[in-house]
Structures are given as structure tokens and as C-alpha cells.
Design a protein around this ligand. Structure first.
Ligand code: S3P
Length: 176
């Protein structure tokens, strides 16, 4: 897998970072969390980036970072939930590696998300599940269109999601 990138996409709370980090350790590949990288570059927390620059500017930074970084193969990317909003990012997801969509219902996601201070899109919501439903309705097709593989995670724990990905990769290796 060292000659390809692996991308994890999905909504907030879909375990992209938890699973991506373990996957990288298992496969001995470099792990990139796009949110962490953008926070590091700006020396600011996500909430402050949104407050100071706004969502539009964040999306520009996210796109610039992602497109440049994905040129190098052999990395595992845990992407921010909104990565699929930009067409240029979707092209990279489809063409520069293998893209896994970690799917979960808004209800499951709401149950998993305990801290919204790290997630500016949810911070001011009275009802996280309703907010997630709205975001999901806007994005579901974009996630599906960007992914090579969809893993339904509602009834899984992170180690099982990891196993699903590894099983799929084994088939890829056998086929190529
Ligand atoms: C966002 C998801 C966040 C982060 C930002 C915007 C989104 O990442 O990029 O708050 O638009 O869904 P996670 O999916 O890792 O929480």
C-alpha cells in the first residue's frame, strides 16, 4: 500500500481519526490528520480558526493543504468532515488513492460526540442530532460519490472498522 494514499472520509464523529491513526500504525504508513495539520500550521485551535477567519477561509486552507499533501503517496489521511465540499478535493479522493467512507447515522454520530468545542459547526446547536441531520442531507451524495468503499459503522466499534478496511485492502493487494 506504500505506493497509494488511503483516505478516510465521513461526518464529524465517524471515527476517521481514531481508525486512521491505528491503521497507519498497523500498515506502517505516515498518518495525516488534516484538521490537526491546519491547527498546527496556524498555531490556532479549530474553534479560533473559524472565529477569526470564518468557514470559507478555513475551506481554502483545507483545500490548499490537502491537494499539496496528497501529491506524495504512501500516507493515510483522516480528513475533516467537510473535505468533500470542494470539487478539487473530491477529485483527489477519487484519483489519488483509495477512499473509504465511514458512514454512520446522525443519531449514532450524536451519541459519539461529547465535546462540541472542537467542532465549531456544532457548538451553537441546541440539538446536535438535528444539526447533523441537516449537514448529512447536504453532503450524503458527495461522500458516496467520492468513496471507493463504504463502511457502515453504526453497529461497529473502531477495531472492527479497522478490520473491515484491512480486509478490503487485502482484496486490493490480491487483485493488483
Ligand atoms: C468539519 C469537521 C471537522 C473540522 C471542521 C469542519 C465539517 O472535522 O474539519 O470543524 O465541516 O464537517 P472532523 O470531521 O474531524 O470533526
Amino acid at each position: 500500500m506504500q505506493d497509494k494514499n488511503l483516505f478516510l472520509i465521513g461526518m464529524m464523529g465517524s471515527w476517521k481519526s481514531t481508525v486512521g491513526c491505528k491503521l497507519a500504525a498497523t500498515l506502517e504508513m505516515e498518518f495525516i490528520d488534516t484538521d490537526d495539520a491546519i491547527e498546527e500550521i496556524n498555531e490556532m485551535k479549530m474553534a479560533d480558526i473559524f472565529k477569526e477567519f470564518g468557514e470559507k477561509r478555513f475551506r481554502e486552507m483545507e483545500k490548499a493543504f490537502f491537494i499539496e499533501k496528497a501529491k506524495q503517496p504512501g500516507q493515510i489521511f483522516s480528513t475533516g468532515g467537510g473535505i468533500i465540499l470542494r470539487k478539487e478535493n473530491r477529485k483527489v479522493l477519487q484519483n489519488c488513492g483509495i477512499c473509504f467512507f465511514l458512514e454512520a447515522s446522525p443519531q449514532t454520530l450524536a451519541d459519539r460526540i461529547h465535546n462540541t468545542t472542537k467542532r465549531p459547526l456544532l457548538t451553537d446547536s441546541d440539538n446536535i442530532e438535528d444539526r447533523l441531520k441537516t449537514i448529512w442531507n447536504d453532503r450524503s451524495q458527495l461522500y458516496i460519490n467520492s468513496a471507493h468503499h463504504i463502511i457502515k459503522t453504526d453497529n461497529l466499534e473502531p477495531p472492527q472498522v479497522l478490520n473491515e478496511i484491512i480486509k478490503i485492502l487485502e482484496v486490493h493487494i490480491a487483485d493488483h
